[in-house]
Design a protein around this ligand. Sequence first.
Ligand code: FES
Length: 1011
Amino acid sequence: MQGIGRRYGRIKVYAVLGDDEAQHAKNNMRGALFHVDNPGPMAPIAKGNFLDVNQALEVVRFGIQYCDWRARQDLLIIMVLHNKVVEVLKSLAIEFKSNGTLRKELAELQEELAKAHNQVHLSETRASSALDKLAQADNLVNDRLLQDGGSSASIDNYVSLASRTSSASRFVNKKTLRPSLDVSGPVQPYNPNLKNFWYPVVFSGDLKDDTMVPIDCFEEQWVIFRGKDGRPGCLQNTCAHRACPLHLGSVSEGRIQCPFHGWEYSTDGKCEKMPATKLLNVRIRSLPCFEQEGMVWIWPGDGTPESTIPSLQPPSGFTIHAEMVMELPVEHGLLLDNLLDIAHAPFAHTSTFAKGWSVPSLVKFLTPASGLQGYWDPYPIDMEFRPPCMVLSTTGISKPGKLEGKSIKQCSTHLHQLHICLPSSRNKTRMLYQMSLNFAPWLKHIPFMHILWSHFGEKASLKIFRATWWSLISMSSHVSLQLTTVLNEDLRLVLGQQERMINGANVWNWPVSYDKLGIRYRLWRDAIERGANRLPFNNQSHSLGARSASILSRRSSRQGSRGSISLSREMGDSILSSMRHSLQSADQLLGDVDGSILAQVIDSGDRGLAFENDVDEEEENNVEDHQAVPLPDDTSMRIHGRSSQGTSVVAPVSAMKSKDTNVNGPASSSIKVEPYKLSWMQDYASYLIHLAVFGFLGVFTRYGLQKLFGPSCLALTSDQSPLYLDLPSNMLGSFLMGWFGIIFKADIRHISDHLIVGITTGYMGSLTTFSGWNQKMVGLSSKDHWVYAVAGIVLGMFIVNESITVGAETGERLRGWILKCIIEKSSIGSKCGWEDWRVDTRTKHYALLGVMVILMSLIWILSIVLAIVKVHSLGHGAVLWLGCSVAPPGVWLRWYLARLNGGGIGIGKRRHLKWLPVGTLAANVLAAAIMAALAVTAKAENTRRLTTVLNGIQLGFLGCLSTVSTFAAEVYTMRRSGQITRAFVYAAATFVLSFVLGTLIYSVPVWVEHY
Ligand code: FES
């Protein structure tokens, strides 16, 4: 044996050849067998230079192994990236990196994860391709078994198959290389070798203490009944006295009584009672009889019974729902042939279970070379022939009678069927049928459910034979089916085959690839009947002693029996399943990271405070530990002493309890001062006050920009153009959001958490307004200026996008410059005053809070007073002061709604769309709807005072409730994270919902009422 191969990268691919073949291959050097990145022949194989089937199998095996290796690498990469994400977040928490750094590092990781994602899909496709090639190679091997006859030493015991009905060798026609078995009639008596097996003959439930079950087995009549000890016995069904059938009698006290003269026999065949005459030593034949797992088994042969009985229990998780027995007028081999064939279903069962099935372009039965079990393709059916006469199948179904998926593993519900074909006589079979399901076990306990199941069984069973009016039906007592006049779709065909077989036709005249399992059954049976020393498919040999629970559980152990295809579709499925699981995990992780970024980096509202009730202030303020605390593994990270419950990954914020630290770089001083924390109530109030004060400032700025750029001054913006009045404020707010909301957010937060919330949520949120923007576009569309409206949306989105991008980039540079200055100052011994600004003492907290309270009170009171005066007199500035008066509720409501960001949609753990900033979306859509309602009200009433009041509310409350800056920052974050689709979906959802609502509320009344 020699090897020939080539090296591709690190993978060296060999084809294992015989000596002669290796030399031949070397001389011809056909080139690469396959490329590791693109498995498959590198160059067309020259005519007459085909790979041997075993070589082909080797090539495919290497392909599978490579795919396996590749898949493991993919999984490893994803795991490494997963750990990196966790580490990044962890280090961010410890080192208190800026949000800009967070964004950048996570964006890089997401990019790598996206690449790994694509690589997994590539491997998945590659594995599927390799598995298809494996199946084709396997078909080649099996076809070779038929064609080669006795040429292979490995199959020399059964290639000389001769039918039990003919002395001529009819298995192989070597002259024509036509694959053929000879199974032609007339039907001969059963070969004794076939009897030397345990045969299940009766369901235990059918055998009561006082009943008996007559059976025919291998042309002989037997009767089964229970003895005194309850154990079953099997006696010859013929009385020793005058050959009266015993089953016409009765069972009494563990003995069967002949109806003719009353002789009574025990389960061992001994006659124990002879009424009206002297008891003689009389005995009739009995068979070894055993009861196991709900069935009674007999050993009809002359050989020593096997010490073990194979298990026929359904796989774990299945519940038996129906058992029935039928007597069918066909030879059991023909019946088994039919049961082992699925390819005929779209033709023979067009009125029952296969109704509507299309005819596949190719039907295959995929199986290891040494097995009697495998998988149907394209049907989600696993099937096995279990010697001596059993067929087990597992079918993936969506509902009774419906097939689903290409593999049973792709199906959530399954039907398991057991067909036992007991050879009764040369033209009669006793068939025991058992149906199990792995879903809805409670159905078994519903009264009369067995009748319904029997109906489903008829439809869903792939091979259950429906009895005809002439067939002898013996149903199990607990499944008392009355199938009488049902058209038999299979039986008429098998009977026709039987008739022709008796007249000399060969029922296996021209087998093709999908006949594989039936052919294997015939090869096995022929070897048994010939008394071959070595059985084919020896994993299923005569000496089948190992107990086995199911096809599913046996499969994996059998796959290793032949090295050339030790990696089978099962392994491929496992690989694909693992890859998909990893992909889901990666997606979940990415989703969580996105949600966390959006919720924590951009705006999370008061969520962090909402769970703070149980924080013990004294305990918090007396912490002496100045070291960074270990990061918890769960989701309860600390956000400046707040719990960030609601996110599923660690939050990218500080986990420090103390105020140690190198906050903004190595030059930062390390001041060991215990930070003071306000009580929860004070904390919450402080946030609200900061929001109100900065909200006032935002309204003032926006109003000033409206006037500056509006028609009364620079005339760059107007209500009648795409350059709407609030465009400058939206631009400025988005730009500043790039600075303070993204780049400097962590730095400012380190100084004061209240301050950063006031600046971002309060000031920039109030400075920008989505509702005003949307309303202007709705107003334009209501006047049929659709082009302006669309242009206003597109142009506005583009401008705010660019604004925040410029803000983030310039902010990044500015921050770098500031850090550089700090480091330089530190290096020359200058004290950096950064920490001095930090609000971490009681005094600073209360001082800041006091200033803010005073500012808020002054501005608010002043605004309210001036608003009343101005509105009353309809004087100049009425809208501004009224807007300021109602601004705080707007900004507070938006901050409250922001708690929804990053939390996803759903209940409990079933939350989805964590990446979607639901809070911001809700605030903007709500504000847009209210804005439209107020606008149409102003149109309808059309009084100056009312219009002024409504404009004031729009400017203040709605302007502060809606925001463009946060919206733009969220879209920007998604974009920079590589989530382009999400960014688009979020932006589109915001605009579509707002615009549609605005149109319905504002434009429709305007159009209808002609305001
Ligand atoms: S025939 Fe059975 S007892 Fe006579």
